[in-house]
Ligand binder design. Structure first.
Ligand SMILES: Cc1ncc(COP(=O)(O)O)c(C=O)c1O
Length: 390
């Protein structure tokens, strides 16, 4: 088999990759380089394809100040998961009115903190949390997250842990009104890197049932639908384009809600950020487990605990690029720590050139999101994954 199946231009413009490479050549591995111009372009594409929607960037995807500042300046709002993310945003001069507390799992005192800082929009999916919100954030807007299908077709499913059934959502929104809160809307997340656009259709249909039930039986008019994240990044397994997602989802919305749409919120993380980044690593060691073993093990200076946690169950298959050319062979890719869970790809066999050697660099594409923020702080003594920006 001859190498190199990964083509740079399938993932980056020549100009962007060149900028990243020039900076990368001056740095010690491992690190991620992020091209901020790519994030800016992705943000513009999102608002162009969903002109009617308000964007709330999911800060957890990459909370670097450089990214938050860029998105602040572009007018984005922010989906916030913790008091720590909120503090970062406020320190950058982002108004609390642009923030939504999107985590359904939160302490009562953290709700109070958000409220005191001026946040007025809260997600919930349980009665206990709703009652906490009513006490700690009186009069705030609440939206209820519902369970959706789609975990089989998402590379990184988010169902089960979050959301509640339709009946429960209806009861919570009625209770919200009784508790003096504003029943504002419904949210869902169909799973991250969701490949089946049809799951938004089913989710929006559920939302419509809730809107109608509450209107007809309880005189509650909901005003907002939060369509979550789940939009595609560019990995080894290809997804449809964002344009196709937007066309289809807009059609689903119009079929159910007509031309007078409620407020529509998007919470992108992966789709905005991933493709802006390249994770650069170095090969530490290449070995075979026996003289006749068919596969080489390639150990790199980056692994599951230093930014590549989304290789768990080999869920996200990052494109891996090397400058070496020539005959290639199946490899197993593993990280540098003394933990046997630190294997990135063993079932799915990447093919890498036979002439690779220790010290050669591997470029992990589409690694701008969910890498640095996931990196452990001192496992086996290794420091957190660094990032640089161009
Ligand atoms: C509440 C919420 N919104 C949005 C996102 C971002 O999703 P994605 O990265 O698929 O765009 C997440 C991701 O975990 C999330 O938990």
């Amino acid at each position: 088999m001859s190498a190199n199946p990964i083509q740079i231009e399938d993932y980056y413009t020549q100009e962007s990759f060149q900028k990243i490479k020039v900076l990368a050549d001056t740095k010690e591995t491992p690190f991620v380089v992020i091209d901020l111009a790519t994030i800016s372009q992705h943000y513009d594409a999102l608002t162009e394809h969903f002109p009617y929607a308000n964007v709330y960037y999911a800060v957890k995807a990459n909370p670097a100040n450089e990214i938050l500042e860029l998105l602040r300046n572009k007018g984005s709002n922010f989906d916030v998961a913790s008091i720590y993310e909120l503090d970062k945003l406020l320190a950058l001069g982002i108004e609390a009115s642009r923030c939504s507390y999107g985590n359904t799992i939160k302490k009562a005192r953290d709700i109070r903190y958000f409220y005191e800082k001026g946040v007025r929009m809260f997600a919930t999916d349980s009665e206990a949390d709703l009652r906490n919100i009513a006490k700690a954030a009186p009069g705030a807007r609440v939206y209820v997250r519902i369970l959706t299908e789609g975990s089989h077709t998402a590379d990184w499913p988010l169902s089960r842990k979050f959301g509640c059934h339709t009946d429960m959502a209806i009861d919570l929104l009625i209770l919200a009104r009784e508790l003096g809160l504003e029943p504002y809307g419904i949210s869902f997340h169909v799973g991250s890197q969701q490949r089946d656009i049809g799951v938004w259709d089913a989710a929006i249909a559920k939302v419509k049932v809730i809107f109608e039930r509450l209107k007809e039986e309880d005189d509650i008019t909901l005003k907002m639908i939060n369509l979550g994240g789940g939009f595609p990044a560019n990995y080894l397994m290809r997804a449809n384009t964002l344009e196709t997602y937007a066309e289809e989802i807009t059609r689903f919305l119009k079929e159910d809600f007509g031309d007078e749409l409620p407020e529509i919120i998007l919470e992108p993380g992966r789709s905005l950020i991933s493709n802006s980044g390249v994770l650069v690593s170095e090969i530490v060691l290449i070995s075979r487990k026996s003289h006749t073993a068919l596969h080489r093990w390639i150990f790199t200076d980056v692994g599951k605990f230093s930014g590549l946690i989304e290789t768990l169950d080999e869920s996200i298959k990052f494109p891996i690029y090397t400058e070496k050319q020539g005959e290639s062979e199946d490899v197993i890719l593993a990280g540098p720590t003394c933990d046997s869970a630190d294997i990135m790809y063993e079932q799915h066999k990447y093919q890498l050139p036979l002439n690779l050697a220790s010290g050669d660099r591997l470029y992990w594409f589409s690694t701008g999101a969910y890498t640095t923020s996931y990196s452990s702080i001192e496992f086996n003594g290794f420091p957190p994954l660094k990032s640089y920006f161009v």
